[in-house]
Design a protein around this ligand. Structure first.
Ligand SMILES: *Cc1c(COP(=O)(O)O)cnc(C)c1O
Length: 427
């Protein structure tokens, strides 16, 4: 992002012109930034070892074009649903580069994984038994990891701390050996991996190093009972500096420096050499994308509201996690801030606020507000609440630009609704 002639640019493209061409609200993603991010994390890990794999967490941004961008860089994916499996495969990712995660998979999910040769990260004993049965029915072996709950306190928003002892995710460390023992006795399941994911938007590398220590310890214990580990997956979770002035987020290098020595030295001591897998989501895509939203009106009440055309239907994070996104008036990007504004969406909910009390240049109808760093958990968490069709998504790449998703229409809303037979004719 940069400012040229008073306008905010994403890559080579003027956000104000994009808003005029495609309309608002509009998500715009810079492919070059995703590629850069991917190459940076790959380079950071490669300084330590070549035995690693990067599985992009597909839920952060599931657009097929984003998945293709990453597939073309060599990424695999952490997938959490049958839909994510199918999109990742369609994007060109290889089945052996996918890991099917999740704490509540259906038998149909398990059957899909078995059929497509995708490894499964198993989250409960019940799921293990079901998977063995499903694989048996198909007459095919399936490779698995277990997701371990490392019971770590992690400094982030409670709704995205997934490695606490109390979350729904993973098998408690105290039961993990029993889980591997049972897996070893299964006819159609082969335990080959160990998985954890401690949470998201973590702005300190310490927790990752502690999780890596736990993982190495568990790896030693499961090796002792006869498991031949081929991968150790330490999940994702690295945060990004949403508050561009105030947050300091560790880079991929710092992350690698904290994690890789712990893992590599630990595994060397154990005399085993599984691949290290990581599952970054947010850190690959968040800063690639802006949400452009048009100003409908400005209102002076107890505070000054800017009423825009995107709300938590398109960007849920502020309402769901009290998240902060930087706000720029795209068509007045270098005008001096003169006034505090609260950016309010069009949804019929008091909580539909995208940003609170921000110093901005004078704003008026027709201006374009850019919500920065909207590439992760932005469009992917969108909804049609208030019967609002979802907005289009544009990808830019160098000088090129193209829709990667058209905007929905009211016909799209209606497309899946069925008229009831007893509503035909007059009441
Ligand atoms: C969401 C998720 C990730 C990615 O988390 P980020 O914070 O976006 O990096 C990785 N692994 C699993 C299992 C997840 O659920």
């Amino acid at each position: 992002m940069q400012v040229r002639d008073g306008h905010l640019y994403i890559g080579a493209h003027d956000c104000t012109s994009l808003a005029a061409e495609f309309g608002t609200p509009l998500y715009v993603t810079d492919e070059g930034r995703i590629q850069e991010n991917f190459r940076r994390v790959r380079a950071a890990l490669a300084r330590y070892s070549s035995a690693f794999r990067i599985l992009y967490a597909a839920k952060a941004n599931g657009n097929l074009s984003v998945l293709q961008t990453l597939a073309r860089e060599g990424a695999g994916a952490d997938v959490f649903s049958a839909g994510e499996v199918q999109l990742a495969l369609l994007a060109g990712m290889r089945p052996e580069y996918l890991l099917f995660n999740g704490s509540s998979k259906s038998r149909a999910d398990l059957a899909l994984a078995v059929e497509r040769g995708i490894r499964v990260s198993v989250d409960s004993f019940d799921e293990l038994r079901q998977l063995d049965a499903v694989a048996g029915d198909a007459g095919r072996e399936v490779e698995i990891s277990f997701r371990v709950n490392p019971a770590l306190e992690v400094p982030t928003h409670p709704k995205i701390a997934t490695g606490l002892a109390t979350t729904k995710f993973g098998i408690p460390a105290g039961q993990i050996l029993d889980a591997y023992r049972e897996a070893l006795s299964c006819a159609y399941v082969r335990p080959v991996g160990l998985h954890c994911h401690i949470g998201s938007q973590i702005l300190d590398v310490e927790p990752f190093a502690r999780a890596a220590e736990v993982m190495v310890r568990v790896a030693g214990a499961v090796t002792d009972i006869g498991v031949d580990l081929s991968f150790l997956d330490i999940g994702g979770g690295l945060g990004i500096p949403y508050r561009r002035d105030a947050d300091s987020a560790p880079g991929f290098e710092e992350y690698a420096d904290a994690v890789m020595p712990v893992v590599l030295e630990g595994l060397a001591e154990l005399g085993i050499s599984p691949e290290l897998w990581v599952e970054p989501g947010r850190s690959l895509v968040a800063d690639s994308t802006v949400l452009l939203t048009g100003v409908n009106s400005v209102k002076s009440a107890h505070k000054r509201f800017v009423n825009v055309d995107a709300g938590f239907n398109l960007l849920l994070r502020p309402a769901m996690y009290d998240s902060y996104h930087e706000v720029v008036v795209a068509n007045r990007a270098d005008a001096p801030p003169v006034q505090e504004y609260t950016i309010a969406g069009p949804i019929c909910e008091t909580g539909d606020i995208l940003a609170t009390d921000r110093m901005l240049p004078a704003v008026e109808e027709g201006d374009v507000i850019a919500m920065l760093d909207a590439g992760a958990y932005g469009f992917s968490m969108s909804s049609q609440y208030n019967s609002r069709p979802r907005c289009p998504e544009v990808m830019v790449s160098g000088e090129r630009k193209a829709l990667m998703r058209r905007g929905e229409t009211v016909d799209d809303l209606l497309a899946t609704m069925e008229p009831l037979p007893w509503h035909q004719g007059a009441p």
